[in-house]
Design a binder for this molecule. Structure first.
Ligand code: S3P
Length: 437
């Protein structure tokens, strides 16, 4: 079946109050930790995007009973020694988090598992996880590396904790190693060049796993068992909220309130940058949910000026660079984004794809090895746009369309379902015209 296209028209204003779905990173981790815990955990506001459904499907294949009951997901944890050899291939779909965190769990199991994903995921780097896990004693066999059909076989061995200096600031690498560390002898330490999102550490803290954190280093020791609170609620996804933060800023006469958004400081770099650019985003109703900070965001239209986006902030806004690039294209001046070479190995090569899509709309943009330079203030012209199978690119282009000269058609948008199935509905609810074909 071919993927849908949508046509989004320029909007005169966007107004309303909404909640975005549960955070994707936290949802994956809630399913994983609940599966490894003893006893039942009921999870509310779990993101039901395809990526998280892949994690659920994989843990079901490993013998964990997971069911939806009303609005909650009930996970009957099997304990740290209770996973069973899967009788089928573990399909991680488009989800890097599923594959990398699962590799961490499976590296410690006494049985062999086989993992694969879709064509995009199968081309993404996994050695950044399998290399350190091999040093810990796990065994991997990778077939058809570099092709859309890659298969990864993994089997645990006698595991030994290591002290690993990761060359990239990646929460997926860090989380995979910390998960394996739950079964390894001695301490497992991960040091990263700058701090990536710390949801795994917070969940480990919450579930009684002894962690030591110092700067950008974190270490874990093995535990006998995990006990989770029986109820767990996932805060709204900041990365999903970011599309509405930029839409509400760019479209004139807008006011959007986004409630119960996760505001973990390792995720909110884009809020800092947008505010520096002149955005009017008020943070209120501060509270906590699932061991994380959360609050509401009130966004009003505002003119923007260019920014420099570089250095330690990059991991704290890595998923928001596509939508920040759209904001930059409406800002006065030249925005420089650097130190973001990781974008090249996301769901698409986001540097190349952004440069391509923005220039198709007539926006002057320079592609750099580790980022982009975007010249703001030019009109967005009608263009042939597509998602390149990347959910964040599809949603970023939809926001661009709201302030374009003419309606924009975006091809291949089914990928939005990986992280934000209700995106189009919420956009329409705020007053945008979205026509689907
Ligand atoms: C994620 C970590 C980040 C992020 C991804 C989700 C996670 O990836 O881009 O969307 O849930 O741990 P990297 O670890 O590759 O930076």
């Amino acid at each position: 079946m071919s993927s849908r296209s949508v046509t989004v028209s320029p909007a005169s204003s966007l107004r309303g109050t909404l909640q975005v779905p549960g955070d994707k990173s936290i949802s994956h981790r809630a399913v994983i930790f609940a599966s490894l815990a003893e006893g039942t955990t009921r999870i509310s506001n779990l993101l039901e995007g395809e990526d998280v459904l892949c994690t659920i499907d994989c843990f079901r294949a490993l013998g964990v009973p997971i069911e939806k009951k009303g609005s909650q997901w009930e996970v009957r944890g099997v304990g740290l020694k209770g996973l069973q050899a899967p009788s089928r291939i573990l399909d991680c779909g488009n989800s890097g988090t599923t594959m990398r965190l699962l590799l961490g769990v499976l590296a410690a199991q006494p049985f062999e598992s086989l993992l694969t994903g879709d064509a995009s995921l199968n081309r993404r780097p996994m050695k950044r996880v399998t290399d350190p896990l091999t040093q810990m004693g796990a065994r991997f066999r990778i077939e058809d590396e570099g092709t859309p059909h890659r298969r990864i076989y993994v089997k645990g061995g006698a595991l030994q904790g290591i002290d690993y200096g990761s060359p990239v600031a990646s929460a997926q690498v860090k989380s995979a190693l910390l998960l394996t560390g739950l079964w390894a002898k001695g301490r497992t330490q991960v040091r990263e060049p700058s701090l990536s999102r710390d949801h795994t550490e917070r969940m480990m803290d919450a579930f009684g796993i002894p962690l030591q954190r110092k700067g950008t280093a974190v270490s874990v020791s093995p535990v006998e068992k995990l006990t989770l609170p029986s109820e767990f609620k996932v805060p709204g996804d900041f990365s999903s909220a970011a599309f509405f933060m930029v839409a509400g800023t760019l479209v004139p006469r807008s006011q959007i309130t986004i409630e119960e958004v996760g505001l973990n400081p390792t995720r909110t770099g884009a809020l800092e940058i947008l505010k520096n650019m002149g955005a009017s985003i008020e943070v209120g109703d501060l509270g906590r949910m699932g061991g994380e900070e959360m609050g509401s965001l009130v966004v009003s239209s505002a003119p923007l000026v260019a920014a420099r986006v570089e250095g330690e902030i990059i991991p704290r806004l890595i998923d928001e660079i596509p939508i920040l690039a759209v904001a930059a294209a409406r800002a006065q001046g030249r925005t420089v984004i650097r130190d973001a070479a990781e974008l090249r190995v996301k769901e698409s090569d986001r540097i190349r794809v952004l440069a391509d899509l923005l220039s198709r709309m007539g926006i002057p943009v320079l592609e750099r090895p580790d980022g982009l330079e975007v010249e703001g203030g030019h009109p967005f012209h009608s263009a042939d746009l597509e998602s390149f199978g990347d959910h964040r690119m599809a949603m970023s282009m939809a926001v661009a369309a709201l302030v374009a000269e003419d309606p924009l058609r975006i091809r291949d948008v089914d990928c939005v379902n990986t992280s934000f199935p209700s995106f189009w509905g919420l956009l329409s609810q705020l007053g945008a015209s979205v026509r689907s074909e």
